[in-house]
Ligand binder design. Structure first.
Ligand code: ATP
Ligand code: MG
Ligand code: MG
Length: 351
């Protein structure tokens, strides 16, 4: 096939479309967002319609040879409907797990993979019970749709649980025990339909105000912990039958355990360094995986650090361009609202 459909129209879709174009594919995008979104600017065709618009979905599916996605919260009914017309990778069965923090952690635990202790919280009663059983500090999160730390509250001993439950404002929440981690890491694994897999090495992530700030490549880990992180990501990708990418965010505890925080079946912000310092970018790897091409090499070409440009950080672009070491990526978003991901820059780590 020569036309790839992408669900979602943000910067992840934009960078996937650019990688697809390099391999000779055309891209059509389906998303409720407007045409001048980050992705809309670089694709051949953009269907702007809602996820419930079955007629628009059917036309989109008929126009493309395969569908992938850049946003894991596409409603599963829309993905199921599309899949009656054309292959959708990753499929609705993967999204159903990745969209729901309780399902995600339960899935990991069933495979013997550790997570923070957690309880589903659907009422104030359940929150009180969960707080007693798990203990505080803990983090209360909405079960679905959160990103960049939105929809989360840290609860400390003595905090007002009634107020916290009201503030979350969802009858589907999760209470997670607070993990006093040594570092946060992630692994991006690519998997083809024949089960072939390749993983980028674990990278280390630092957050600022709940948003990813920097990714350092590779993460500083013992070989055993690095191998364990890769084993976890590959086990999850295999057991979920992922075709495409699976990004797994993990905590490394002070006593050397690796716990899964969450996973995303798509390109991941912590994989942006691969555009400039890996043999194959995560975006090209996604295209290869869903188009049934051989996967590319995942070697790190140089240790590096990726820094997100959030909100008006993007105003520093002239200085970044003047730095011969820096690789600048801007997403073409007009409005630099606070907290909005406007671009990123990757630099080799000085020895
Ligand atoms: P993303 O933008 O990565 O999708 P998100 O909004 O889905 O983020 P999480 O990844 O669950 O949220 O949490 C955001 C950050 O908050 C984590 O990267 C970590 O730094 C911190 N955090 C989340 N859960 C815990 C926990 N149980 N214990 C300690 N820190 C946590
Ligand atoms: Mg998340
Ligand atoms: Mg996260």
């Amino acid at each position: 096939g020569s036309i790839i459909g992408i669900l979602g129209a943000g910067q992840l879709g934009r960078m996937t479309a650019l990688a697809a174009a390099r391999l000779g594919y055309k891209v059509h995008v389906f998303a409720p967002e407007s045409m001048d979104s980050a992705c809309g600017q670089v694709v051949a065709h953009h269907t702007q319609a809602g996820w419930h618009d079955l007629r628009a979905l059917a036309r989109f599916a008929d126009d493309v040879d395969v569908i992938t996605l850049e946003w894991e919260n596409v409603p599963t009914y829309a993905v199921d409907f599309l899949a009656r017309h054309v292959g959708v990778h990753p499929g609705a069965h993967v999204l159903a797990v990745a969209q729901d923090r309780v399902a995600e952690k339960s899935f990991a635990n069933k495979l013997g993979i550790g997570t923070a202790p957690f309880r589903a919280v659907r009422s104030l009663d359940e929150l009180n019970r969960a707080a007693t059983e798990i203990g505080l500090p803990a983090i209360l999160k909405s079960t679905r749709m959160g990103y960049d730390g939105k929809g989360q509250l840290r609860l400390n001993p003595g905090d007002d649980l009634t107020g916290a439950f009201d503030a979350i404002g969802s009858d589907e929440a999760i209470l997670e025990g607070f993990v006093d981690f040594e570092r946060e890491i992630s692994v991006v694994t690519a998997r083809r339909s024949d089960g072939t897999m390749l993983s980028y090495p674990p990278v280390e992530n630092r957050h600022r105000s709940g948003i990813l700030d920097t990714t350092t490549v590779p993460a500083t880990l013992t070989p055993a912990i690095a191998a364990e992180a890769v084993r976890i990501a590959e086990t999850l990708a295999t057991e979920l039958h992922v075709v495409g990418l699976l990004a797994v965010e993990m905590f490394v505890t002070r006593d050397g355990r690796v716990l899964v925080n969450e996973m995303a079946p798509r390109p991941h912000n912590s994989g942006h360094w691969t555009l400039d310092f890996a043999a194959t970018s995560q975006f090209e790897q996604l295209v290869r995986a869903v188009c049934d091409l051989p996967l590319g090499a995942v070697e790190v070409t140089a240790p590096c650090v990726m820094t997100n440009l959030i909100g008006d950080d993007v105003d520093t672009w002239p200085a970044i361009l003047a730095d011969p070491q820096a690789r600048l990526h801007l997403y073409g978003k007009g409005d630099a609202r606070p907290g909005r991901k406007m671009g990123h820059v990757t630099r080799p780590l000085s020895p």
